[in-house]
Design a protein around this ligand. Structure first.
Ligand SMILES: [Zn+2]
Length: 108
C-alpha cells in the first residue's frame, strides 16, 4: 500500500492543503486502495493534486488523465478539449455548440 505522501505530487506541498483538502486526499487514497484506479487510467506517475483556484482535489498521472470521486466511486474526470467544460462521463454538460464526444480525448 502506498502512503498518501507518496501519492501527492512532489511539486506540491501537502502542508498547503487545507484540512478539507487533506480529507479529500485521504478519501481518494482509500478509494484507490479499495477500488483500484478506473479502467483506462494509466498507472504511471500517479499522484494526488490540488487545483489552486477551485480547491478541487483529484488524482492525476503522467499522461495528465484525471479521476475523482463521484459519490463514493472513483471515476474518470474529463475536460472537453473544445468547450473546456468538465465532468464525469455521465455528468459532463457541453456548451450548446460543442459537438465533442466525451471519452474520446482528454486534456490535462
Ligand atoms: Zn464540449
Amino acid at each position: 500500500m502506498s502512503s498518501l505522501l507518496d501519492l501527492i505530487d512532489p511539486d506540491r506541498d501537502v502542508s498547503r492543503f487545507t484540512s478539507y483538502q487533506q480529507n479529500l486526499a485521504i478519501r481518494l487514497q482509500l478509494a484507490i486502495n479499495k477500488q483500484g484506479l478506473p479502467e483506462g487510467f494509466s498507472k504511471t506517475g500517479v499522484h494526488i493534486r490540488r487545483e489552486k483556484l477551485s480547491g478541487m482535489v483529484y488524482v492525476s498521472n503522467k499522461e495528465e488523465q484525471m479521476c475523482m470521486l463521484n459519490n463514493d466511486k472513483l471515476e474518470m474526470y474529463y475536460r472537453c478539449p473544445k468547450c473546456k467544460n468538465e465532468g464525469f462521463k455521465n455528468t459532463i454538460r457541453h456548451s450548446s455548440r460543442c459537438d465533442f464526444i466525451v471519452g474520446v480525448g482528454l486534456e490535462g
